[in-house]
Ligand binder design. Sequence first.
Ligand SMILES: Nc1ncnc2c1ncn2[C@@H]1O[C@H](COP(=O)(O)OP(=O)(O)OP(=O)(O)O)[C@@H](O)[C@H]1O
Ligand SMILES: [Mg+2]
Length: 460
Amino acid sequence: MSAKRILIVDDEAKMRRILELSLKSMGNTVVEASDGMEALSIVEKQPIDLVLTDLRMPRMDGIALLAALREQGVDVPVIVMTAYGTIDTAVAAMKLGAIDYIIRPFEMETVEMAVTRALAMQAAQRENRFLREEVSRGWGEFVGTSAAMQSLYELIRQVAPTRSNAFIVGDTGTGKELVARAIHEASGRTGLFVPINCAAIPAELLESELFGHVKGAFTGAVRDRVGKCELASGGTVFLDEITEMPAHLQVKLLRVLQEGCIERLGSNGTIPVDLRVVSATNRDLQQAVESGALRRDLYFRLNVVRIDVPRLRDRHGDIALLANHFLHKHALELGRATPRLMSHVLQRLESYEWPGNVRELENIMERAVVLCRSGEITLAHLPAELSSESPGRSSSSSALADDPAIDGPLDLKARVEGLECRLIKAALERSANNKAAAARLLGISERTLWYKLKMYKVGS
Ligand SMILES: Nc1ncnc2c1ncn2[C@@H]1O[C@H](COP(=O)(O)OP(=O)(O)OP(=O)(O)O)[C@@H](O)[C@H]1O
Ligand SMILES: [Mg+2]
């Protein structure tokens, strides 16, 4: 074991000297204090690996020292030395978090053994905690330890505390919103995190949603309303599906970012805002700019830092972790024991394409928990596209397979609408009911999809 720095706390100089010699002979560095107060100020100033303290001392005794260390959140193992007959105090010390106690008078060997044991325990605990928190799970809300995710966490940690606007790019269900929230959480900004889905809000309402309005600004504006950008001042506004924002609003947003103030609809006054914008899209960003879906000048403002979120199929190593995480989460919600994932099932999960990424995996695990009665997840608990023999293939091609295209009445409108409706259902099924993904599969905007869903009264 490498040299450790041990703090001896005792009011008797002679005792300190004896302990010092012994601990030094073990190869440790020794620091001394004559009471709790002095010990505390040493611990504050320099790294200490272990504290060996007497219990009865003037000014601040060993118990008070333990309490103070705990209160300050100092994570250092403490061994207390107590006189024979004061075992109760030793028990109190253990309750306050002491790692061990030694009864006086003692042989030096006893001290050495206790010190070795305490240091080993501390090392093991540290390692366990590290494994639990950092390696075996992920970071913050994220589950995933693959190299791709590690670089993502690192990038978020670097970008978050800057004021730079960030653009998150990634397929549907990869966790873009989670990234946006993590950026806000780690930013130190004290304002709110305010998400806006530009695709889900009808164009005519989006302007007031973003910038607010004053009473009477338009029919139906019966009172003043604060916009989301104003609400996010001092915090972070998350513009999801930004490429779906109508062009004239993109111009307006750009002006807000350039000038640092907004104007509520129908008002002439301006309100200063301190905005940090995080945007996201699951489209090809370059293509969105080239096609004009996203104005180039706005794009330059928003895309100061680009963050790519990896697809699930590009980080196979995380699938087992994520699957078990979601099994546990949904079992907990249902008040059941977490079912076990059989290894052949895991293999199937790992060879699947995951077009809906983490969201799809979560939906499938939730469904499996609901269906599973035996405590073991088998292929029977997976949906057809996963339990059938050719993993990766989606089942929705069957939506058209048995379609009698020409048979029946040739009423064009009714037949075309019928087909459109079935295609929409197939796309929703294939994308695990994610509207943005379904719209992409269908090659229409999310807004058009919402409109059609309403028209055909499909889904929720
Ligand atoms: N690494 C991860 N660890 C744990 N949960 C995750 C992870 N990534 C995503 N999720 C979960 O998966 C779901 C989908 O994530 P999110 O909504 O952030 O995806 P998205 O990229 O915004 O998708 P879309 O483009 O469809 O809006 C959420 O419930 C989220 O909490
Ligand atoms: Mg999203």
